[in-house]
Design a protein around this ligand. Structure first.
Ligand SMILES: Cc1cc2nc3c(=O)[nH]c(=O)nc-3n(C[C@H](O)[C@H](O)[C@H](O)COP(=O)(O)O)c2cc1C
Length: 569
């Protein structure tokens, strides 16, 4: 057995770190000798392979006409790929191949050999991984010989296979440009050119040693203390989203939380996206006219990285129920509510009692519950509700707009308030100016009575749920048990200059814990996401609570932001 010395190890480490992907502008005309080529191929042959299947096929391409045809294919594929990066101007100027600058190409294929292969029976792709391992061997060997390799993958694999005269049993894994170089760069070019930042080890390595990896560092306190959060680090939550439709959303220009003319479908589609990761009722992502996608993407992204224990939806009056399994959807036979300026027409006592009963009977099967909402125009109904209940909350509510469309909103709210002038029965008032989500969730909180930790995931609408619970508890001589209750929203709501969630929470008779997550899309490039950071959309479908869950389970801001960006293609 060969024993390697520390010097050998240092050399290997050096080669690994000095290996570079070499692009066209760094190659010279000097030929790679046959002997050198053989050594590189030999390194490929010594790679590990699943079941020792050695499923590789190396085709050395030195025929200029074939090389030219491959280059033509690159040009076409590159042109097409530019569309995908139209939000990143530098893409078009990147040099991403060396097809013309090198006279030696090696196409490396995976050979579908058929039959059962030891080790490949559960993971079909392990054959392909073996070929990738062979390429890495070649890359390192070449670097040790001061020979450069550039991997080109902006090619149509089937086209390249056919150009090289191979049949369907072969699948292209990597097309390599090989040659002598002027210089090897010290750092990856995509890093120095600012295309991608280098990930730190803490971002990519996690240790499962029994200690929770999350923390409360990126969760900031609005009111109360972090003591509520500490026991939730590393714990599982049920994510529940309350969905309802108010015809207030049909008032043209009052909300931008969805597709024009299809605002009533936003909660339905949000629930499908969150639960299933795909849209069933309509294959259109809910987004604003400016292209800002639904915050359901944030809540879904967190689930893909660190899954919630389960996701449940509440149908609190939808025009169209989401296409979910029975156990994923709770239905309460509640009708969508009307426009608040014309009378919401809610049987508020009944909706409230349904909330209380559900809260009383609900068994949380995870460590805690995150309760979210999706109600387009819900901030308008929340403002009207808080004012109708007598809270001095005129300028305290946020909206999905960066700048609130004040006159329309105010007119709608003023007309709603006129309808309840002189009325003192709280249920009658709520029935005129509120929405089902606010009333039901207030009942739910009272029904749960602090039996398990409950996080209200939302902004000023969830603050309004608390105001409703506060008023109704006072009205009925009951008590809101808030020691096991918290609210968590996004930074975009908490630091919004046009609203004041802290002031809303200060109107409660009971103490509250409320937080916001310090999450942002700073590392993303998609303009639609940048708009969140500028104050558009802000919150919804429990985005703030989802991000809290992510941080408590050790996810990083970048990880979550990238996962959301990935949904946008
Ligand atoms: C599977 C794979 C495909 C790649 N495809 C391309 C490509 O089409 N064009 C390119 O310029 N670089 C390609 N690269 C090289 C990467 O951009 C490069 O490895 C990365 O930026 C890190 O730089 P370094 O290899 O110099 O350390 C590919 C690398 C891998 C592993």
């Amino acid at each position: 057995m060969k024993h390697f010395t520390q010097t050998d190890q240092a050399i290997l480490e050096h080669i690994i770190k000095a290996r570079r992907d070499v692009r066209g502008h760094h190659f010279t005309q000097e030929r790679v000798s046959n002997k050198e080529l053989e050594r590189i191929l030999d390194a490929g042959h010594h790679a590990p392979s699943v079941g020792y299947s050695q499923p590789w096929k190396f085709v050395v391409v030195q025929d200029k006409s074939v090389q030219d045809a491959v280059y033509e294919n690159f040009k076409q594929s590159f042109k097409k790929s530019k569309k995908r990066f139209k939000h990143r101007a530098s893409y078009a100027s990147l040099k991403l191949e060396a097809l013309k600058e090198t006279s030696l190409h090696i196409a490396v294929f995976y050979h579908h050999q058929g039959g059962s292969i030891l080790g490949q029976t559960s993971q079909a792709d392990t054959g392909r991984y073996s070929v990738a391992a062979a390429i890495q061997n070649m890359w390192l060997m070449a670097r040790a010989m001061n020979i450069g390799i550039g991997w080109v993958s902006i090619l149509k694999p089937k086209r390249v296979r056919k150009l090289l005269g191979l049949g369907e049993a072969y699948e292209l894994v990597g097309y390599l440009c090989v040659g002598k170089v002027k210089t090897f760069l010290d750092e990856p070019e995509l890093k120095t050119k600012g295309w991608q930042k280098q990930k730190s080890r803490s971002q990519t390595v996690s240790f499962l040693n029994g200690t929770p990896k999350g923390s409360t560092k990126h969760i900031k306190t609005i009111v109360g203390s972090k003591a509520f959060l500490k026991p939730l680090v590393g714990k599982k939550a049920t994510f529940m989203v309350a969905l309802s439709h108010t015809q207030t959303a049909n008032i043209e220009g009052i909300t931008q939380a969805g597709l024009k003319g299809l605002m009533h479908l936003t909660p339905t589609l949000d629930a499908e996206l969150l639960t299933l990761g795909k849209l069933k009722t309509l294959k259109k992502l809910p987004k604003t006219a400016k292209g800002i996608p639904t915050p359901a993407l944030i809540s879904r992204a967190v689930h893909l990285l660190s899954p919630y224990g389960r996701i449940e939806s509440l149908d609190l009056g939808l025009l169209k129920a989401p296409k979910l399994k029975t156990k994923q959807l709770h239905s309460f036979n509640i009708a969508p509510s009307g426009r608040i300026d014309k009378g919401a027409n809610i049987n508020a006592l009944e909706v409230f009692e349904k909330g209380v009963a559900f809260g009383r009977s609900y068994e949380c099967r995870d460590d805690y519950l995150i309760l979210a909402e999706s109600v387009p125009s819900g901030t308008t109904t929340a403002t009207a509700t808080a004012l109708a209940l007598g809270y001095d909350a005129k300028k305290l509510f946020s909206s999905s707009f960066k700048e609130v469309p004040n006159s329309l909103r105010q007119r709608t709210i003023a007309n709603a308030l006129k309808r309840v002038e002189g009325k003192s029965d709280l249920f009658e008032i709520l029935g005129e100016v509120s929405d089902n989500m606010l009333i039901f969730n207030a009942g739910f909180i009272l029904g749960v009575e602090g039996r398990f930790p409950l996080v209200l995931a939302g902004g000023t609408q969830m603050a309004c749920v608390l105001l409703v619970a506060n008023s109704l508890a006072r009205y009925m001589g009951a008590e809101v048990k808030s020691n096991n209750l918290a609210l968590c929203t996004t930074k975009w709501v908490a630091l919004d200059p046009h609203s004041d969630i802290k002031a809303l929470l200060s109107m409660l008779d009971f103490p509250m814990n409320a937080y916001y997550t310090n999450f942002h899309f700073g590392s993303c490039f998609k303009p639609a996401l940048k708009r969140y950071d500028k104050g558009e959309a802000k919150e919804g479908v429990g985005a703030g609570g989802a991000l809290m869950y992510g941080y408590l389970n050790g996810l990083s801001t970048q990880e979550m932001a990238r996962q959301v960006e990935g949904f946008l293609g």
